[in-house]
Design a protein around this ligand. Sequence first.
Ligand code: DGL
Length: 285
Amino acid sequence: MSDPRPIGLFDSGVGGLTVLREVVRRLPDESTIYLGDNGRAPYGTRSDDEVRRFSTECLDELARRDVKAIVVACNTSTSVALPDLRRRYDVPILGVVRPGATAAALATRTRRVGVIATPATIRSHAYFQAIKDENPFVEVYEHATPELVPLVEAGKLRGQEVDDAVRRSLAPLMGSRAADGEWVFPLPSDARIDTLLLACTHYPLLSDAIVAAAGDGVAVIDSASATASVLAELLAVNELRAPVGGRPLHLQLTTGDVERFRSTAAILFGAEFASVEPVVVPAAA
Ligand code: DGL
């Protein structure tokens, strides 16, 4: 059996495109509809109630479009709203926290994982719990980095401003360079992480700066490819894969500025992929 209906993906903005990219790579026959709530991003500094309400309004839009599954490609929404979303819709919903947590627990050799995410994700401790569910022996250092999403939403992916913001954001986890060039660590040296989990789907768009700031000996990982693998497996097990050799369609919707969305999408996918349409949701208060 097969199912040609599209897969829906949702994020507060352009970050979930990093998950979409892996889904398209992994599942080239599948059609997709991506919805970015750029008009109301960032979510990560909002209240849990707002994150739940906005996520519901966006998923209502995807559910109306007859998708066969929805990937909540937003850690903030997954951390705060996933149980409510699953109760609301018949369509199967996959989040990004569990795949990311599994990847991190498998990647660490020293059993010390740093997690950077939005304030709302960190406040939920969803990653702490999920990594501990995988392996309770792993130490999890969670740290909110609210400076980063606004940069990505503004299309700033590299340059001095990005490097400075990334270095500042990571300093409490990674240490910082002293004037003599030596690294100074706020964490005791025997507590140094060997794995840094990018627990916000926007952050892989800054991966050049993050990898440079993290330095040698720290594996920088994210949940995008792990989520795509889990999705592929679930579609296969449930006999919901699209027929092989069809002509998959990819549509992207944004509640924000279409041109800005298109330019970030073009960086990830090339200009020909960027079929972007506006979509209207209630305004943020
Ligand atoms: N990309 C989202 C996440 O993974 C949300 C970022 C935001 O809107 O603050 O958490």
